[in-house]
Design a protein around this ligand. Structure first.
Ligand SMILES: Nc1nc2c(c(=O)[nH]1)N[C@H]1C(S)=C(S)[C@@H](COP(=O)(O)OP(=O)(O)OC[C@H]3O[C@@H](n4cnc5c(=O)[nH]c(N)nc54)[C@H](O)[C@@H]3O)O[C@H]1N2
Ligand SMILES: Nc1nc2c(c(=O)[nH]1)N[C@H]1C(S)=C(S)[C@@H](COP(=O)(O)OP(=O)(O)OC[C@H]3O[C@@H](n4cnc5c(=O)[nH]c(N)nc54)[C@H](O)[C@@H]3O)O[C@H]1N2
Ligand SMILES: [Mo]
Length: 678
């Protein structure tokens, strides 16, 4: 039976390699692919569930269009595309091309996905989004401090002696990292986890630190205080490679452990212990996750954390460093800076309007010149996944026309006028990067899509003709349907990097310029050429303090107030955000939605395990069964994100559309709620 090496393109740290077996046009088996040193164990349960997902009975396999009675029903491609073209042409003629919102999410990685934006340029431009739901506060904090987002190879974690997993839960969100972590622990490394929840990752920890949500910045400043106070700073490293140390020492001077204990709720003794470990054990790797950078103060928080490694000289060495985002495979974009995707004008002179991803609903409603009339959604599920679902829903409903390209009938697809079926990862070749490991991977087409499913490239070519876009322009932008055409398109993009498609025959390819130990050369591409603890750009670009000062997050749960609890909405093992939960394989394993509550907070409200509770604030409400959790910090409640509106547990019914202080991220966890019996 033929087997093929491929890779999972979901928005996940691991980006696993996998070997798939195809029999009679169906995917029948998935095996590990040890060619990838970061993920030799093979895919997680979600990856294995592709055997079901690729051929799922729930898949959308024909275009659907809204009927007069309000239902969505299958129609021919001609009818679907005619309706879309008519809506687009009318909107463009009356309001201009920018009355179209082109919204893309993180549903799949791949170089070929980029043709969408190129197509809308041919249309005359469009409105798009800037910022990102995921990680930009941390990316920008890292860029301002180190100059670049790059970290040591995943397997280098095994060389660490002290590992601080801070606001990340790799046991669920990066399961392959646990194997590297376990090897480090087996060699005697110490593990500290910083998280208001006692996560599966925390089960391995020597020390669990549970700060009040959004106060990690204050904790980090106090750790810095002790390091400076006790002369645990690497003076030589600081003198040679760190800019702004004196100012930083001034910043942390008033941040005594006692003061930080009051702010964070972390005991003084814990702060002293952790600081001493950071100053006396080497090498140290901090593995910061995306959890604590989903607050309005979180860019500054991330800078305060990173400063701890700078002053102790734990950067540019094996087993040391800041394992946040490894953009070593971000080699295709002409603009390497991932934050620079908000140009007011694209090179061909077509004006592009951009609105905030974090404030999607409000910004959609706000646009007036021109107002939005049509939305095209691709690879994303913004109604449940973007902040402030009620407003996003209203904004979509106010439009004249909505198109959603989807594999499944998601909450967003249900709002569409036309749903176009999307190909899956096995049905078109593409090249993908990663953000944790340093490999580029080729995903070969191994399955024919169902007869009425077309890849986005074919959708755009057919639509382009209806919109009167010249055949030569389409041909120059979008590869044709044959595998040879897609290969040629990919090969043309690999060639400048000195790579060919044949290079991938042996498996994943290390990115050109790959560095096993990031910053080993002590070259920091910041304005000063040093690690910047004080950053002028932080002030000029973002309007925050040059030093990573601590400010409370914007929405502060007040004990005794109307909304006294912090709502955390992290990711969970058996889903990637809103994906996979609809599969039978996953349904059998994954828990139904629930709200985790500390028994003390539950008792105060007369709630017991399994009781139905209402979680609410002024933006919305959820009704969920209670799960008592002794490991959760009191004052917090947690509901994992990714449940659908149709499952009654879309967590963003309660979040606010707010940006993070740096990077135009989404401050999902800045979210105060109340809880009571339903
Ligand atoms: N299985 C699975 N894997 C995934 C995903 C998925 O949905 N499912 N999603 C992928 C994507 S796109 C992303 S962005 C990543 C995200 O994965 P992670 O980086 O692990 O981030 P989160 O799950 O958002 O949050 C991690 C932890 O941060 C904690 N946290 C929340 N607030 C605070 C705080 O104020 N301080 C501290 N110290 N901790 C806090 C939460 O309790 C949570 O346990 O995972 C990727 N991998
Ligand atoms: N409250 C709260 N909300 C959050 C988060 C949180 O921590 N808390 N996390 C945020 C984060 S980190 C992220 S990354 C976002 C994720 O939010 P989104 O980027 O919207 O991602 P998904 O929920 O994975 O939905 C992606 C959709 O793309 C579809 N898709 C997959 N492959 C293809 C394809 O090839 N073509 C097309 N056309 N469609 C495809 C899938 O079926 C799926 O419905 O959610 C964010 N939302
Ligand atoms: Mo994400």
């Amino acid at each position: 039976m033929p087997t093929f090496l491929t890779a999972c393109p979901r928005n996940c740290y691991s980006t696993c390699s996998m070997r798939v077996t195809v029999e009679a046009g169906r995917l029948v088996r998935i095996d590990p692919a040890p060619e990838n040193r970061a993920t030799p164990e093979g895919p997680c349960i979600k990856g294995l569930a592709y055997v079901e997902r690729a051929h799922s009975v729930e898949r959308i396999v024909a275009p659907l269009a809204r009927r007069a009675d309000g239902s969505l029903a299958p129609v021919s491609w001609d009818e679907a595309l005619d309706r879309i073209a008519a809506a687009l042409l009318a909107a463009r003629a009356e309001l201009g091309a920018q009355s179209l919102l082109y919204y893309t999410g993180s549903g799949t990685k791949g170089l070929l996905n980029g043709v969408g934006l190129a197509f809308w340029r041919l249309f005359g431009g469009c409105t798009t989004t800037y910022g990102d739901l995921c990680w930009p506060a941390g990316l920008e904090a890292t860029r301002l401090t180190l100059g670049d987002n790059s970290h040591n190879a995943p397997w280098d974690l095994e060389n660490a002696r002290l590992i601080v997993v801070w606001g990340k839960n790799p046991a669920e969100t990066n399961v392959h990292q646990i194997a590297h972590l376990d090897r480090a622990l087996g060699q005697g490394a110490r593990l500290v986890v910083v998280d208001p929840r006692r996560t599966e990752t925390a089960e391995r920890a020597d020390l669990l630190v549970q700060p009040r949500p959004g106060t990690d910045g204050a904790l980090a400043l106090a750790l810095g205080h002790v390091l400076v106070r006790d002369r645990l700073v690497d003076r030589d490293f600081v003198a040679a490679h760190v800019q702004g140390y004196e100012a930083y020492a001034g910043l942390v001077a008033p941040w005594t452990p006692e003061r930080a204990a009051t702010v964070t709720g972390v005991p003084v003794a814990t702060i002293e212990t952790l600081a001493r470990e950071l100053g006396t054990i080497a090498p140290v790797t901090i593995v910061p996750g995306f959890g604590m950078q989903r607050y309005t103060n979180s860019g500054q928080t991330m800078r305060a954390l990173l400063a701890l490694l700078a002053i102790t000289g734990q950067i540019g060495r094996p087993g040391a460093g800041w394992m946040y985002a490894n953009l070593q495979t971000a080699v295709f974009s002409a603009v390497k800076d991932p934050l620079d995707f908000y140009p007011p004008e694209v090179p061909d002179g077509v004006v592009r309007v951009a609105i905030s991803t974090a404030r999607l609903g409000r910004d959609m409603l706000r646009l007036a010149d021109p107002p939005l009339a049509v939305a095209w959604v691709e690879r994303g599920n913004p109604i449940p996944q973007n902040p402030e679902t009620p407003v996003v829903l209203e904004a979509f409903r106010r439009l004249r026309f909505r198109v959603v390209v989807e594999e499944f009938l998601t909450d967003t697809a249900r709002e569409a006028d036309v749903v176009l079926p999307a190909k899956n990862l096995f049905e078109q070749s593409d090249v993908i990067g990663a953000y944790w490991h340093p490999y580029l991977q080729l995903r070969r087409k191994v399955l024919e899509p169902p007869p009425d499913v077309r890849p986005e490239t074919e959708i755009y070519r057919a639509l382009g003709r209806r919109l009167g876009i010249a055949e030569e322009s389409l041909a120059a932008t979008i590869p044709g349907p044959s595998e040879a055409a897609v290969d040629a398109w990919l090969a043309a993009r690999l060639a400048p990097l000195g790579l060919t498609l044949a290079d991938f025959d042996g498996g994943p390819v290390l990115s050109p310029g790959y560095r096993e130990v990031a910053f080993a050369d002590r070259v920091f591409p910041t304005p000063s050429g040093k690690i910047e603890l004080a950053s002028a750009e932080a002030r000029t670009r973002w309007g925050v303090d040059e030093l990573p000062e601590f400010h409370e997050p914007q929405e502060r749960p007040e004990p005794g107030g109307r909304f006294p609890l912090a709502l955390l909405t992290p990711n969970t093992k058996n889903r990637i955000h809103s994906q996979f939960g609809n599969l039978e394989t996953i349904r059998r394993l994954a828990p139904a939605p629930c709200v985790a509550v500390h028994p003390r907070d539950a008792a105060e409200r007369g709630l017991a395990e399994g009781d139905r509770a209402r979680v609410w604030n002024d933006r919305g409400a959820l009704e969920l069964p209670v799960r008592l959790d002794w490991g959760l910090r009191p004052g917090c409640v947690a509901v994992t994100n990714g449940f659908w509106l149709t499952e009654g547990a879309a967590v963003n019914l309660l979040s606010a559309g707010r940006e993070t202080d740096l990077g135009h991220g989404a401050a999902f966890h800045d979210n105060a709620v109340q809880l009571a019996r339903a």
